[in-house]
Every structure is written in structure tokens, then in C-alpha cells.
Write a protein that binds this ligand. Structure first.
Ligand code: PLP
Length: 447
């Protein structure tokens, strides 16, 4: 091991809590440490239960992040795919164990959710976020975006553009298109490195376009903001005063860095809970995206009943997805705490690396999600800028793939004001992150 790597390992130890660096104490068993009550706070230490440093080989499973990107990038090799928002870690062992057990029973007939499925959803949100999810107010969805699609179709009665704060999750634009509406970008504004809400412009846009629905994201993809209660109250008050429904996508809520706090939008008070839906899932937290199990809820029972009547998908879900989701919420608290600490370490490492070694890229540790939105405007400038119709992000994406083997997502995928930024997925091992950054630095230095 080189001296430099040793030094970096010490850095990660400091940032992420000591234990993850030295491998797992688990040795194939399912040792389950006591669960914790995080209440939306990032964690400071790690258990010895899960080996997040394991170089888990995803190649060959047919997935989008590794196999898909590598196929598209040919003839270039992409040893560092850091685009698609899923994780490089082996999932919670309890999930695999529950799935294997179910697989052993070779019966694939109709099947309802496990008896404690909704209880586990309710308990996870209560324990970790002090959020009361009422039994009977939860609807299944095959994905968070599928849930958004149903809500958009029910509520956007006048066909007005759907409001999205930008930079904002690229899937929001596609789901709005799927619902056959148009999107209205409400740009966040950079203030000392943090993207902040512009409610004055939002109010004007709502009036001008008679907006009825807003797609909101907390913690926010791609900026990584965990919105504060004050920020959300101001936004919520504006929406309520103008009759705008808030669809709050909180799929990233389980990823919160140490210095930050996640507040569920619907916990701000009765009026916010009554005028919104919340959507969540275990798909980001436990890397279960292809299991297609998500859920949505609202304190407004009429809205839930109307959604059920409106043709929102029938309640049934995939058998394996339900079992995976259930095992995750039942057994996953410590895994999730460890994950937060590990990713917090990655965020700090990225910040330090950019400040000291790769000064053409700017990044400040963000609050929530495992996604970093890094400012690459100086790199784009060094490259001479885009040609003709090409987007800056496409130029940067090609450059990092071809010269560094790193795949990042172009900032423009998240709105016009994302130009010059790239989204980097930090849900990977310290070693891979370090390797990717070294490769990016070498490529930039060689321009
Ligand atoms: C904010 C946000 N919402 C929704 C999704 C997709 O969720 P699903 O696959 O459950 O539709 C993603 C995936 O990256 C996301 O980042």
C-alpha cells in the first residue's frame, strides 16, 4: 500500500468513523447490532457488522450503472461508473436471506404483502424521523415515479405546467412528460455554494401559469440539500395560499450527512400534511431499485381515496420486492446508520481532494443524498467549451469517460442552470472514489 493511500485511509477513518476500514467482523453471519433511533440526523460512528469496503463486483448482473454504461461507452473502459443513482455495496444480508428463503418455496402464485409490511413502514418512519404515517393512508407503488405519475394525472386538472425547482431530479421531467404535461423550471439560486429557493419567482410563475402541482424533492437530488423547516414552511405557505399541491419525493431521506438534519415536509404541521403527498421507498437506501416497490401516503384521506379510485395501479406488488422491502425496514437500521457515516466520509474526502489536489473542480460537503453536484465550469473552460449545439455537460461527460474512465451525469439533465456541473454518485467504496478522483485529476492536469 502506498504512503499516499495510507494517508487517505487515515482521512477516511477520521471522516467516517473508525471501523469500516478494517473489513467486516461479520464473517458471513448475520450479526445484528442493536438498532438506533436516528431522528433524521447523520451518524457519527459505525458498527462492525457490514463490510462497506468490500469490492463487490456488480459486473455481469446486467445492471444499468455498470453493464449498461460500459456497453454504451465502448471502446472505452469505464472502471468508475458514478452516474446512475444506485449503490456499489452488497445489500443488507437479511434481505438476501429472506429472498433466498422465499425462492426455495417454488410457488409463484398471487401473494399479498407480508402481514407486518405496513407496520414496518410505519415503525421506520416513526423511529427514525418522528413521522406519523397513519395506517390506511399508505398506497403501494411500483416506484416513486409511478406514484408521482398517478398523482399528477389526478391533480393537474387544468393541464398547467408542473413546477420543478432546478437543478432538479431528471426523472421529474420525464414523469411530467409521461403524464403529458409540460415542466416549468423554478431555478434555485446559488448563495455561497448552497442552492437556495427563489420563492418570489416561484409565486410569479404560479400566478402566470395557473400552476396546480409542484414536484418537490427532500433531500434534494442533485444539489444534496436537506431543506430546513423554515425553508419548507415558506415554500409550503406560498403553495397553500395559491392552491398548489406539493408532491414531496423523499426517497433519499435515509442519507443524511453528520452535520445535517432531514425534516419530512408533512411533519411541518397539519396544513402542510393535508395539502401534500409524500413518496418513499427502500430502493435507494438498500439498493433495491429493480425490485420495484415503493409507497406513498398523505394525511388527507380524501386525496388517498380519490387516488385509489382514479386508476392508480392496483395494490398488488411483486412478491420478492415486498419481501425485500419488509426485511430492509425490519433489520436495516444499523446498516443504514453505517451507510450514512461511510458516505459522509466520502463527501469529506471529495471536498478535501478538490480543495487540495483538483482545484479546477469545486465542491462543498452537501447535506443529504449520496449524490455530489460538482462544479466543473473551469474544466469545461480549459477544454475550450462545447461545440455548436453540444451541451457543456456532454463535453464534460465524454472527457471524463474517455480520459479518466469515470462516468458522471451532465448537470443540464437537471435543468438549464445545471450547466457546468456534473452529478457524481458517491455510493461507492473509499478506494473506488479515490481511484476515480486520481484518474480525473490526471486527465485534467493533462489538458
Ligand atoms: C429523487 C428521486 N426520485 C425518484 C427516483 C426513482 O425512483 P423509482 O425508481 O422508485 O421510481 C430517483 C432515482 O434516482 C430519485 O433520485
Amino acid at each position: 500500500m502506498s504512503e499516499k493511500t495510507t494517508l487517505d485511509r487515515r482521512f477516511f477513518m477520521k471522516g467516517a468513523g473508525a471501523t469500516a476500514l478494517f473489513g467486516s467482523a461479520m464473517a458471513g453471519g448475520l450479526a445484528v447490532p442493536a438498532t438506533t433511533n436516528a431522528k433524521g440526523m447523520g451518524h457519527t460512528s459505525m458498527s462492525m457488522a457490514y463490510d462497506l469496503n468490500e469490492e463487490f463486483n456488480r459486473i455481469g448482473s446486467g445492471d444499468s450503472k455498470w453493464d449498461g454504461v460500459r456497453r454504451r461507452a465502448r471502446p472505452h473502459d469505464v472502471p468508475f461508473p458514478m452516474g446512475v443513482a444506485d449503490m456499489d455495496f452488497r445489500t443488507l444480508p437479511h434481505i438476501t436471506e429472506a429472498l433466498m428463503k422465499r425462492m426455495g418455496h417454488q410457488n409463484w402464485g398471487y401473494q399479498p404483502a407480508p402481514a407486518d409490511f405496513y407496520d414496518n413502514i410505519i415503525a421506520w418512519n416513526a423511529k427514525r424521523y418522528d413521522q406519523t404515517v397513519k395506517p390506511g393512508s399508505i398506497l403501494n407503488a411500483h416506484g416513486v415515479l409511478d406514484g408521482c405519475l398517478s398523482i399528477l394525472k389526478l391533480h393537474n386538472t387544468n393541464g398547467a405546467p408542473v413546477l420543478i425547482q432546478t437543478p432538479g431530479y431528471s426523472g421529474f421531467f420525464s414523469v411530467v412528460r409521461n403524464a403529458q404535461f409540460s415542466s416549468l423550471e423554478n431555478p434555485l439560486v446559488l448563495n455561497d455554494g448552497r442552492w437556495e429557493m427563489d420563492l418570489e419567482t416561484m409565486g410569479k410563475q404560479i400566478d402566470e401559469h395557473d400552476v396546480k402541482v409542484m414536484l418537490f424533492c427532500n433531500p434534494q437530488n442533485p444539489t444534496g440539500n436537506c431543506w430546513s423547516p423554515e425553508e419548507m414552511r415558506a415554500m409550503g405557505d406560498l403553495c397553500i395560499s395559491k392552491g398548489v399541491l406539493v408532491i414531496s419525493d423523499e426517497i433519499h431521506c435515509d442519507f443524511v450527512n453528520k452535520h445535517a438534519t432531514y425534516t419530512p415536509y408533512a411533519t411541518l404541521g397539519e396544513k402542510y400534511a393535508q395539502s401534500s403527498y409524500t413518496l418513499k421507498s427502500t430502493s435507494k437506501s438498500f439498493n433495491l431499485a429493480a425490485q420495484h416497490v415503493a409507497y406513498l401516503f398523505s394525511d388527507n384521506q380524501k386525496m388517498i381515496d380519490d387516488l385509489k379510485k382514479s386508476g392508480h395501479q392496483r395494490g398488488s406488488l411483486n412478491a420478492l420486492g415486498m419481501i425485500a422491502c419488509n426485511a430492509a425496514y425490519k433489520h436495516g437500521a444499523t446498516y443504514m446508520d453505517d451507510m450514512q457515516a461511510y458516505i459522509d466520509g466520502n463527501c469529506h474526502f471529495l471536498e478535501k481532494y478538490c480543495a487540495e489536489e483538483m482545484k479546477d473542480v469545486k465542491y462543498k460537503v452537501h447535506e443529504g443524498t449520496y449524490l455530489a453536484f460538482i462544479d466543473c465550469t473551469r474544466v469545461a473552460k480549459k477544454l475550450g467549451g462545447p461545440n455548436g449545439e453540444q451541451r457543456v455537460g456532454d463535453l464534460l461527460q465524454r472527457f471524463f469517460i474517455e480520459k479518466a474512465g469515470v462516468n458522471l451525469n451532465p448537470g443540464e439533465n437537471y435543468g438549464k442552470n445545471g450547466a457546468g456541473y456534473m452529478r457524481m454518485n458517491l455510493a461507492t467504496t473509499h478506494k473506488k472514489l479515490h481511484g476515480a478522483l486520481n484518474a480525473m485529476k490526471a486527465a485534467i492536469d493533462a489538458i
